[in-house]
Design a protein around this ligand. Structure first.
Ligand code: NAD
Length: 669
């Protein structure tokens, strides 16, 4: 049953109250929600006391004697103190900005975004404040949520809220053009950035895994990932598809927060797909949304269904409830040719429920995580070795396999699977190396998204039209190298409404380069000024040209050694913050694992003002060209060409260009 939205006055009062002085009723787990798998904390007795002391500092002293036992139990039972008792009783959902108490409309826009990320119908594990990716947290606990919302409700445009991994340090005086919120998630001293450190410091309540758009409040439901996956699969099949049959087959795993996008994207791209998922709850959710057409749990039945679909040329999204390795093996035995394939289990978090071993049931595996972590880890690594072995056999038959940014290659290597070439490099590319890097990121194409702060469908429709018209105008004079990307995104926005991808906030995504993003944002700002639409929040995923340093993903097509540095992401977020971003965020972790990536993002509120116009031009230009300049310095051909074009268009832009060394000079070395 849907929860009724409470009346505005009571809701305002509760938000402004922050952490209640009196104890709310004892917590009850909602059995209808998907809960995060319990972990075993690795704290010593003294560290456990520290975790409890850390948690209790949010609450009045008089409540401590009661809460200490409850929190101690939570820590033992779930591996973390979430403070379930303090989850608000009102429905957390993205109301329009006017429906949040505020003194700054920008702060209200941020409340809208936070609420969207924590909505029961959107978040993966809403009671544990996790939006997606198994551990992508918005906050570490409910006290942080309550306090943050209270601060946002009272802040003015002369204050900035500082968030340390979900913890609101406080409001600090600043100025109107400063960001209203600065977010950091999981930033560690580098030597303390290994997975075991994360488990410890997260259990202590001093750091969190913000993933990419979870802890930066930019999650817009599965639409973002459907778009990115569609573009990836579309280009993968164009570039690498080998068979001549019309209907091509895509195999992958995972129907969770992000991975759930795969069947939908495959359908939009015109492919037959099989997506394998071990967790019944997750597969049923996607089935109820219509993203998988059918759920099959018998391997023989699956083979029949695939053959039939190919015979009939029927584009179908098949969900298989089971283990991905079993399906790879069955298809090999049955001689089913897989055209393109990937994997989207949560391998950035392999030993705490991100990747499930074969040869045991899902229920047995969940128990093993808690009861015998070492044995669970052994089984994960054994399964990974088998997983790679069977992929290798399919690839010999002509399948194109790519890593889709879930740390598959990295974890397979750590598990000692046959994943390396003789030269020590990986056998398979990351999708960025082969596809997204050279086609999109090097030219500045990356995720650009917007959210209508009025929460009105009609505003979203109008913005869709504005974006389409803007791109259709730009494509007429764009460089040849980028016209295919422009075309794909015009096609995307034309059918965006029909694809029914909006869940929660009224938002949209497309890929555009610097010119495209600026032109669209400016057109929105003009429409807002004229009163045609309400305010619009613009932002992006962290998965793009400039916000993210990730050597096995976003920056995996950088080959000058600098793929292991994180200067670009740091500069990106600092640069955005003084060019008018409404909020900025910088994270350790992201999609590929703790210590493996630094990624940054921003949000900007367009309100139709002159200042918004100046800010959007200034900030979006930097936000994209910072990344192109770095890619160009790494000698990426497309990026060199793109930055030269950018310099011709903007005379104030002066970028250091690389001199290319003649390879013949190395023949004596
Ligand atoms: N390339 C990208 O743009 C991109 C974007 C988002 C996420 N990711 C990465 O993809 C991964 C998945 O993200 P998510 O948000 O969907 O995570 P998720 O945890 O919500 O979903 C992963 C799903 O895989 C299932 N699974 C695990 N092991 C399995 C197995 N052996 N066989 C079948 N199913 C299995 C899990 O039950 C889970 O439902 C993460 O590592 C994430 O970081 C990549």
């Amino acid at each position: 049953m849907k929860k009724k939205i409470m009346d505005k006055k009571t809701f305002f009062k509760l938000i402004k109250q922050g952490i209640p002085k009196e104890l709310p009723p004892a917590p009850k787990k909602n059995p209808n929600l998907d809960h995060a798998p319990a972990k075993k904390h690795n704290l010593t007795v003294n560290e456990k006391k520290l975790a409890l002391e850390n948690a209790l500092r949010y609450f009045p002293k008089k409540t401590h004697a009661k809460l200490i036992h409850e929190f101690s139990e939570e820590l033992e039972n779930t591996g973390k103190i979430y403070m379930f008792r303090y989850k608000p009783k009102y429905k957390i959902t993205c109301r329009s900005i006017d429906e949040f108490p505020h003194k700054s409309s920008k702060a209200a826009a941020i409340m809208l975004m936070i609420s969207n990320n924590l909505d029961n119908e959107i978040a993966q594990h809403p009671e544990e404040l996790i939006t997606y990716g198994g551990n992508g947290s918005v906050f570490q606990n409910w006290a942080q949520y309550l306090l943050t919302m209270k601060y946002l409700s009272v802040m003015t445009d002369n204050q900035t809220l500082v968030l340390y991994s979900g913890h609101p340090l406080g409001l600090f005086p600043s100025n109107e053009n400063a960001p209203r919120v600065v977010v950091t998630n999981g930033m560690m001293i580098p030597n303390y950035s290994q997975p075991q450190h994360y488990n410890k410091f997260n259990a202590l309540g001093v750091t969190q895994y913000g993933q990419m758009t979870a802890g930066s409040f930019m999650y817009i439901g599965p639409q973002g990932i459907v778009h990115g996956t569609t573009i990836t699969i579309l280009n993968a099949i164009r570039m690498k598809g080998k068979n001549n049959k019309k209907l091509k087959l895509f195999l992958s795993s995972g129907l969770g927060g992000m991975s759930g996008a795969q069947p939908k994207a495959a359908k939009i791209a015109g492919l037959l797909s099989v997506t394998v998922e071990v967790n019944k709850k997750a597969i049923e959710k996607r089935h109820s949304q219509g993203w998988v057409d059918v759920i099959i749990s018998d391997l023989d039945e699956l083979v029949v269904r695939v053959r039939k679909a190919q015979e009939l040329n029927k584009i179908e999204a098949i969900g298989f409830n089971g283990n991905i390795v079993d399906v790879w093996e069955k298809f090999y035995a049955e001689n089913i040719f897989i055209d393109i394939a990937s994997d989207q289990t949560s391998l950035h978090n392999p030993f705490d429920g991100g990747y499930f071993p074969n040869k045991m049931s899902f229920g047995e595996a969940v128990k093993l995580i808690k009861n015998d972590h070492i044995e669970f880890k052994k089984n994960v690594q054994r399964t990974l070795r088998e997983h790679v072995a069977i992929i290798n056999k399919h690839v010999e038959r002509g399948t194109y396999f790519f890593d889709y940014g879930n740390a598959f290659l990295l974890e397979a290597k750590r598990a000692k699977a046959e994943i390396l070439n003789n030269d020590g490099g990986f056998k398979y590319p990351s999708y960025v190396q082969d596809i997204m890097g050279p086609l999109c990121f090097d030219y500045g194409f990356g995720p650009f998204r917007w959210i209508c702060a009025s929460s009105k469908d009609s505003d979203l429709e109008k913005t869709d039209k504005i974006a389409q018209k803007t791109l259709e105008k730009l494509i007429k004079s764009c460089e040849k190298e980028i016209s295919l990307q422009m075309r794909d995104n015009i096609d995307w926005i034309k059918s965006a409404k029909k694809n029914k991808l909006v869940v929660g906030s009224k938002s949209r995504i497309l890929y555009a380069n610097s010119d495209g993003r600026i032109a669209i944002a400016s057109a929105f700002n003009k429409a807002i000024k004229k009163g045609e639409i309400g305010p619009v929040i613009i932002g992006r995923d962290h998965h793009g040209v400039s916000g993210t340093d990730s050597p096995y993903r976003e920056t995996s097509n950088i080959y000058d050694g600098s793929q292991f540095t994180a200067d670009m992401a740091m500069h990106n977020v600092i640069g955005d913050s003084f060019r008018g971003a409404t909020w900025v965020s910088i994270h350790n972790g992201g999609g590929v694992g703790w210590g493996e990536v630094i990624n940054g993002g921003f949000g900007m509120v367009l309100d139709g003002s002159k200042e918004a116009e100046i800010n959007l031009r200034d900030m979006l230009h930097w936000d994209v060209n910072n990344g192109i300049a770095r890619r160009s310095w790494a000698r990426n051909k497309g990026a060199i060409s793109a930055i030269k074009t950018a310099m011709k268009k903007e005379k104030l832009l002066k970028v250091t260009l690389p001199n290319i060394v003649d390879k013949d000079l190395f023949k004596d070395f």
